[in-house]
Design a protein around this ligand. Sequence first.
Ligand code: GLU
Length: 417
Amino acid sequence: MSEQTLNPFLICQSQIKEACDQLGLEPAAYEMLKQPKRLLEVSFPVKMDDGSIRVFTGWRSQHNDAVGPYKGGLRYHPNCYADEVRALSMWMTFKCATLGLPYGGGKGAVKCNPKELSQGELERLSRAFTEHIAPLIGDDVDIPAPDVYTNAQIMAWIADEYSKLQGRNRFGVVTGKPIIVGGSLGRNKATARGCVTVVAQACKKLGIDIKKATASILGFGNAGSFAAILLAELGARIVCAEDSRGCVYNPEGMDPQALYDHKSAHRSVADFPGAKNLPAGSSVTVECDILIPAALENAITSANAGDVKAKIIGEAANGPTTPEADDILYKKGVFVIPDILASAGGVTVSYFEWVQNLMNFYWSEEEVNERLAPMMIKAFDAVYDMHKQKGVKMRIAAFMVAVKRVADAMRVRGWLG
Ligand code: GLU
């Protein structure tokens, strides 16, 4: 790998290799896990509002289904590419395994800029993509969900299109749906809730009083904004928040709900009343106790890791920290709760949603939250114990817990000889 590898596929491979080596697994385990089982690339036409046709490219990557159906989000982003989707599907396998969910890992993406598409165009794109990946998905084989720049409405179109193709309702084919068509209460806030639950658990282990803690949030979308709201509910002060259009700072703390409303009205956190605008990237290095990267990959690199002041990083995004940055943070004593643990609340409530769909029996929001918290804490404790016992980073400890579970399943199924 080059000095500063930004290719998430290579980064993920190095994480898996390290876990396999630490666990002393047979070489076949790494050979099986180092790439997805299947990657489908599709090109498909969409009629735009002006009558013209545009051809879009998309992917669905299925990494490993040793413990259950492939599971993972679908993102719409102008910069996505095949290796990124591969890596994201691999991270999903280990995310599900860290939580002990009966799922493997999958991920999908469509290369597009949803901010430039009308609702009608977005709907036609989502339906066309569904038609093209339909042979691969299903409630017992591969179950997409929201990810970057996709949402409940898009999931509803996918569920509808897939149901039409099947000639019957198959709401369990995707999770993260609107409540009226089989969505689960609590799913919207689940990634944030899971992240804040493990951050609070880390505070306990490290003797940090969360009521007196300060937090900085990078990425003020679904995960980041709800994480800010939930952290504030626990008494933490939100001193910094950043999105793709701006970064705001107020050492006295900002009301995250007011910040959310401001962003909804102005499409950015920038110019939030009472706060100072800071240059892009400042949320990573600002003075705070807790840093929540909740945007895209490679936000924390060797260029800024040395300046991180936070004591705890709760990775709500997938792959926000490069391996070089990870080493720097480890040497500085920053406690990193890795993505495959800290961002697992979303897929855990997706699992609850899918179970509810299969049972046609729906739970209250309290029930969902009451089931989520102990699962997050149990996973955190298993990873923390591995980290302490083996003297490895939390990230490698999480991969060790997860890789062991997947390897055990592959072995017992006879895939490893
Ligand atoms: N996209 C989310 C993730 O990366 C959720 C996946 C899911 O719910 O299946 O974890």
